[in-house]
Structure formats: structure tokens, C-alpha cells
Design a binder for this molecule. Structure first.
Ligand SMILES: *Cc1c(COP(=O)(O)O)cnc(C)c1O
Length: 393
């Protein structure tokens, strides 16, 4: 018997769930070239427009000239270089935590933290809508795995009452497919009552939330007593790549000793840390990007509501338009693309069945004019879609 990959692929296609990779032929930005076509993109996570910022590029180039290109080895052997170390210190200061530890990707950071903190006999409690990397980490850890209702403190309370061993409550800060914020004050209170730790993956909150861009914990004013484990990724608002975990001295030392995705991998290129140090500085000090983004978000929500689109409860740059049916979500995405706009359709299993959506993401790199173009194209395509459906019925 051989692997019947052909029928697996055919099934996926038939279910309107087949994935394809758009080929990007330009740098990240509001205007891109994809598959040979100029498009205005509303789907990147480069929320502050730093991925192609001249000063960040310059820092990268200077870093490469001084430190070379490759990390060379793992952190514990001889791959932990001065720029990595400086970046960790800067991130600790930025998050107001005693220490921070750099990981090569957010996926690996989540794997590393969860598996280092809990195992057999322990319990990991996760929001149903958590990022795939957190769910995978929970399963891999061997801890008793339980998922509570989305953002629901009483459901968490119920699960905590049945949990055993060390208890780790894990949540996205900003939910990546919905854009809503974790109700951290309520969730942390439940955790505290049960003597559990809270781990927040704030991949989408860093740079976009909080007075200095320090994310959801800054937004709510939560310290290390409430959120013991804070994860951030560097590939989104920071515009570079990698991730970090911030927390106590003991937490970070535990990760250095026991987090396998930290130990058994080559460190990221030191020049990348140089670039991230620059983007961190821009992110913290140049508030105009967050202010412009807030303006774009408000205008988008107002305009979309006027068209009659179904938005989600999101105050963030992630602004999904709920469609429901995967085929219709794809069709709307295609109609927009024909009008020069790139907005991704997100389908199950990335989101729950029956909740396919168009995931609009806004960036400080967008102008108000580009946003108005999106809104008028949405109005036109939404009407077209309704007409197409009427003809089918
Ligand atoms: C993007 C993302 C990750 C993964 O981070 P990478 O650095 O891209 O691997 C983890 N968690 C959440 C919530 C994310 O959105």
C-alpha cells in the first residue's frame, strides 16, 4: 500500500479548502507585486510598516558587516552573540520584566515554554481559539489538556476546578483570526484564585496596543504577578523575525535549561537582532504609527458597517469580515483581487467550521486613500456577491 496523497488533495480541493501560496515579487508594503500583478495588500502582519523601513534595513546591513550572516551554533554552544544579548536586555526593559529570552520563531517559543513548564500530571488550560502553535505545544507537553470557551472566565473557572498538578492557563493576547482582546483581568483573577500561572502570547498586541506599544499587558496594566509568562513575536509589528519570552529570572533560566526548541536549534542571525533593536526603538518612540493605525481602524469599522458587512468585536488592526461559507469567502477575495486589492480568505480548519471570513489587516503603512479604495471596492463586490447568490437560488 502506498500513501494515497492524490485523493487527500482532491478531497481538500472539493471542500474549497485547498491552499495556495501567492508569490510575492516585491518587498512587504502597502503596494506589492504578487504573481506578476500590482496589488494593494490588506493581509500582512507588518502592522507598523517596519518590515521594509530604511533605518531597520541599515541596522541589518551594518549588523551583517560587523557580525556576519549566520548564527553559527546554538545559544548554548557559541551562537549567543552580543547583539542577541543586547536585544534580550532591551526586550526585558521594554516589557518591564526582569529578563527576556530570544527564540528563533514564535512557534518554537510556544513549544519551548509549554513543554518546559508542564508535563505528565500537570494541566494546561487553553482558550478554544488559541493559535495553532499553542494548541500543538499543549498536546506535545503530555499535560492534561483542556480547552475553555472563548474568552470565558467562568468556563476557565470550571476547568480549573478539575485540573491537577501545576496549572498553566494559556491565551492569545489578541486573537489572531478574530482580532478581539483576551479578557485578561477576568482570566488572571480566576487563575490567581486557583494558584495557576498565566501565559499570554501577544504576537499581535506588541507594537499595536499600549501607550508605548508594549502590548496587551500594558493596555490593562498587568505585571508579572498576573501574567507570569509573556510571549511576543518579532515577525509582526516589529517587522523582523523571531520571538521572545519575558518573565522572572527563574523562568528564563528554566527555559535555558529545559526548553528543547531553544536548546537544539541554531541562533537567529545576529544581524537580525541588530535590525530588531532598531525596530524596537522606532516602535517605542514613534507613536504616530499607532495613532495613524487607530484612525484607519475607526474609519474601516465605520465604513464597513455602512456597507452592512459583519465585523467582529475587534479594536485591533485585525478586522475580519465574517462570511460563513468558504466558497463565498473565496469568491469575495477573488472579486477584490480583480480590482487590485489583496485580502485573504481564511477558512477552516484555521477557523471553526462555518465561520470562513475575509481577514482584513490594516497597517500604519496604509494611507487613508488606500483604505477608501478598499471600502468602495468592498461595497461594490458585496453587492455583486449578493446578486450572484440570488441568481443561484
Ligand atoms: C504568528 C503567531 C505565532 C507564530 O510566530 P512566528 O514567529 O511567526 O512563528 C504565534 N502565536 C500567535 C498568536 C501568532 O499570531
Amino acid at each position: 500500500m502506498s500513501f494515497d496523497l492524490a485523493s487527500r488533495l482532491a478531497e481538500r480541493r472539493a471542500a474549497q479548502l485547498y491552499r495556495q501560496r501567492p508569490l510575492l515579487q516585491s518587498a512587504q508594503g502597502a503596494e506589492v507585486v504578487v504573481d506578476g500583478k500590482r496589488l494593494t495588500a490588506f493581509c500582512s502582519n507588518d502592522y507598523l510598516g517596519l518590515a521594509n523601513h530604511p533605518q531597520v534595513i541599515e541596522a541589518w546591513q551594518a549588523g551583517a558587516a560587523r557580525w556576519g550572516v549566520g548564527g553559527g551554533a546554538s545559544h548554548l554552544v557559541i551562537g549567543h552573540s552580543q547583539p542577541h544579548h543586547e536585544l534580550e536586555e532591551a526586550l526585558a526593559q521594554f516589557t518591564g520584566r526582569p529578563r527576556a529570552l530570544l527564540f528563533t520563531t514564535g512557534y518554537m517559543a510556544n513549544m519551548g515554554v509549554v513543554t518546559a513548564l508542564v508535563g505528565q500530571g500537570d494541566s494546561v488550560l487553553q482558550d478554544r481559539l488559541n493559535h495553532a502553535s499553542l494548541l500543538d505545544a499543549g498536546l506535545l507537553s503530555g499535560a492534561r489538556f483542556s480547552r475553555y470557551l472563548h474568552n470565558d472566565a467562568s468556563s476557565l473557572n470550571n476547568r480549573l476546578s478539575k485540573a491537577s498538578g501545576n496549572r498553566l492557563v494559556v491565551t492569545d493576547g489578541v486573537f489572531s483570526m478574530d482580532g478581539d482582546l483576551a479578557d485578561l483581568p477576568a482570566l488572571c483573577a480566576e487563575a490567581k484564585r486557583a494558584d495557576a500561572w498565566v501565559m499570554v502570547d501577544d504576537a499581535h498586541g506588541f507594537g499595536t496596543l499600549g501607550a508605548t506599544g508594549a502590548g496587551i499587558v500594558e493596555h490593562y496594566g498587568l505585571g508579572q504577578d498576573e501574567v507570569q509568562v509573556l510571549v511576543g513575536t518579532l515577525g509582526k509589528a516589529f517587522g523582523t523575525a523571531g520571538a521572545f519570552v519575558a518573565g522572572s529570572e527563574e523562568l528564563i533560566e528554566t527555559l535555558v535549561q529545559f526548553a528543547r526548541p531553544y536548546i537544539y536549534t541554531t541562533s537567529q542571525p545576529p544581524a537580525l537582532a541588530c535590525a530588531t533593536l532598531k525596530s524596537l526603538q522606532l516602535l517605542r518612540t514613534e507613536h504616530w504609527r499607532r495613532e495613524h493605525l487607530a484612525q484607519l481602524i475607526a474609519r474601516f469599522r465605520q465604513g464597513a458597517a455602512e456597507i452592512g458587512l459583519q465585523l467582529m468585536d475587534s479594536p485591533t488592526p485585525i478586522q475580519p469580515i465574517l462570511i460563513g461559507d468558504s466558497g463565498r469567502a473565496l469568491r469575495l477575495s477573488q472579486l477584490l483581487r480583480e480590482r487590485g486589492l489583496l485580502v485573504t480568505a481564511i477558512r477552516p480548519p484555521t477557523v471553526p467550521a462555518g465561520t470562513a471570513r475575509l481577514r482584513v489587516t490594516l497597517s500604519a503603512a496604509h494611507s487613508l486613500e488606500q483604505l477608501e479604495r478598499l471600502l468602495s471596492a468592498l461595497a461594490e463586490c458585496w453587492a455583486l456577491l449578493a446578486r450572484e447568490r440570488d441568481q443561484h437560488d
